[in-house]
Every structure is written in C-alpha cells, then in structure tokens.
Design a protein around this ligand. Structure first.
Ligand code: 5AD
Ligand code: SF4
Length: 331
C-alpha cells in the first residue's frame, strides 16, 4: 500500500514518462478488477435550488444571477423511463440542497422509478439519519456525497456553516444503512496541497467507498473563487490513477468535469483507471441552469444526442458499454 508521502511524491513529480507508466499501471488494474465494461449512470439534475453557500459552486444561494428550476416528479419519472429504454440501468437523482424538497413526495417518486428495474442513486446532500433511512426504505440503492477535501480548515472555509466531521458522519450513516456509497473530491481547490490530496486518497480506502468521483475544481465567475488558478488535466488523471491503485475494485467515474477541461478528458480518465461514465439526462431546457462550473459539456444537447456520442467515445478506446446495473464490486 502506498504511503501518504509516496502519493504526494508521485503527484508532485512532473516527469511525463513516469505519469504515462502510472496511467498504464492503473489501466491494467482497472481491467483486472472491473473488466472492459463501462457502466453508465444517467444523471437527472432535478433541482438547482440550494440552501448552501459553498464558495466554489455556481448553485450557491448567494448567486442571484442564476435562474432556479425544479422539475416536477412526473417529468423526472418520464426521463427515468427513457433512460431504461436506452438500456441505462442506473438513474442518479441529483439536486442542490433544495430547502423545499419534500421527503415524502421524493420517496414516492423513488418507489415508482424502482418499478422500472433500475438502480436508484440519490445525491441531494446532507440530510438527517431519519431521512436517509426513509430514502433507503423507499428503495434507493446508492447515495453520492462527496467530502470534497479532507483538509478540515479548507472544508470549513469553502463550505461556510458546515464541518468535515459532519460530512464524514453522514457517510458513516449511509454505510450503516447499507447504501452503496459514493464520495469524492475536487482537485485544485485554492490552498489544497499534494499532501492533502494524498490524505484524501487514503481516506477513500479507509471509508471502503463503492464509488469515487474525482474532478478538477473549475472556477466559476459568479462565485468568490472566480479568477482562481485552474488545475491541469495531468494532475487530475494522476489522482484518478492512484485512486485505482489504492482502492482496487471501486467504481471510478470519468467525471463530466474532467470532460469539460479537455475535449477527450473522459477518454483519458477511462484509460487511467476509471470505469464509469455519467451521461446527463436532464432535459435540454433546464441544463444550462445547472451551472455548477463554467464550460460544462453537452449543455446545448438532449440525451438523444448525448448518448450516441458517448457510445462512440467509449468504443473509440476499445471498451464496451455495460448493460448491467453495475452494482458495487465490494459487496
Ligand atoms: N468546479 C468543479 N466541481 C464543482 N463542484 C461544485 N463546484 C464546482 C466547481 N467550481 C462539484 C462538487 C460538488 C458537486 C455538486 O459539484 O464536487 O459535490
Ligand atoms: Fe449547494 Fe452542492 Fe453547490 Fe454546495 S456544492 S452550493 S451544497 S449544490
């Protein structure tokens, strides 16, 4: 097992040849643990309302330049049906921490989506233990909650009013409730060090996560972090590769954020340890308002255009699209 020092050493090293061997090794391990199938998780960004004020995020409540929307449950169900018809076997229901969300109504929706025989992943932020339990009882299979950074000081600074310990407590609850749990971080936050990222990777392993999402921090013009330095793709890919080496059979998505800083960023991530892609199924008319960071790919498109493009990209690197639910390999 790599030590924190070894990991930060790899991240700091600028040698391109060494980086290429790292990606090749991660790719080999990815094939050994997960095979050549790429799992698709269809994301429905159903509400961009958020009561939080994270300094990095365009959905933060202080961003008054953003038009807010909330999709009606009926429409979320109809998008889920089209996902199933397109052989997408996981639906990710994602939103900001919407103050008006109604847990009872949401659980009813989950029950209906589950009848389509798809896995349901919920990604709506921090909730009470009781609410997480209701989601599980309603049939939700998985939960995504990134801890973003394991540097407690940075965490508090970037997520005012919140603490890392509370975040980790939520993750422990989700585990206890037997969700398949996904988490992850952003790479390149101002003030984040290689040591801190190395610590994040070791925590992925310690938490026994089923899925780990790693994306670059992309400065948003309507946030206090506008004008921050941008991280290079190579560093993000190294974090993906080391995460594969450290966590073995975790599911690792080639994130949309990686695809947004490089035209073939997702393909490169899929060749550096990743085995999952998360196509955006949000109807086109809402998409541009789920404005977490600038330059998000596929914003002008609908799922009908996105999916064929994604299939081509996956096949172009000699991989197959899975038609299974792609449950955790750690169960
Ligand atoms: N750049 C990249 N990713 C971001 N997120 C939020 N803001 C940004 C940004 N500026 C990610 C976080 C969060 C999710 C909603 O989006 O990881 O979990
Ligand atoms: Fe809200 Fe999540 Fe954005 Fe924070 S990162 S402002 S919780 S949507």
């Amino acid at each position: 097992m790599l030590s924190r020092q070894e990991i930060s050493g790899i991240l700091r090293n600028k040698d391109k040849g060494k980086a290429r061997s790292l990606f090749a090794e991660a790719d080999r391990l990815r094939r050994q643990y997960t095979g050549d199938d790429v799992h698709l998780r269809g994301i429905i960004e159903f509400s961009n309302h958020c009561r939080q004020d994270c300094l990095y995020c365009g959905l933060r409540r202080s961003n008054k330049n953003l038009i807010r929307y909330r999709m009606p449950p009926k429409e979320i169900l109809s998008v889920s049906k089209s996902a199933r018809r397109a052989d997408i076997r996981t639906v990710v229901l994602q939103s900001g921490e919407d103050p008006q969300y109604n847990i009872g109504e949401f659980c009813g929706l989950i029950g209906k989506i589950k009848k389509l025989d798809v896995a349901v992943t919920v990604c709506i932020g921090e909730c009470s233990y009781a609410d997480y339990r209701r989601l599980k009882e309603a049939g939700a299979d998985r939960y995504l909650l990134k801890f973003e950074t394991s540097d407690a000081v940075l965490y508090k600074k970037f997520r005012p009013g919140n603490t890392l310990s509370r975040r980790l407590e939520c993750l422990a609850w989700l585990k206890k409730l037997k969700f398949q749990v996904g988490s992850g971080i952003m790479v390149g936050l101002p003030g984040q060090t290689f040591e801190s990222i190395a610590g994040d990777i070791l925590i992925f392993e310690k938490l026994g996560l089923d899925m780990i999402g790693i994306g670059p921090f992309i400065p948003h013009p309507d946030t206090p972090l506008a004008g921050s330095k941008r991280i290079d793709l190579g560093t993000v890919l190294k974090v993906v590769a080391i995460t594969r080496m450290v966590t073995g059979n975790a599911h690792i998505p080639a994130t949309t954020a990686v695809g947004s800083i490089d035209a073939v960023g997702r393909e490169k991530a899929l060749q550096a340890g990743a085995n999952v892609v998360m196509p955006d199924l949000t109807p086109a008319r809402y998409r541009r308002y789920y404005d977490i960071y600038p330059g998000k790919i596929c914003v002008g498109e609908d799922a009908e255009e996105c999916l064929p493009c994604l299939y081509r990209r996956i096949q172009s690197i000699g991989r197959r699209v899975s038609v299974t639910r792609g449950d955790s390999l750690k169960l």
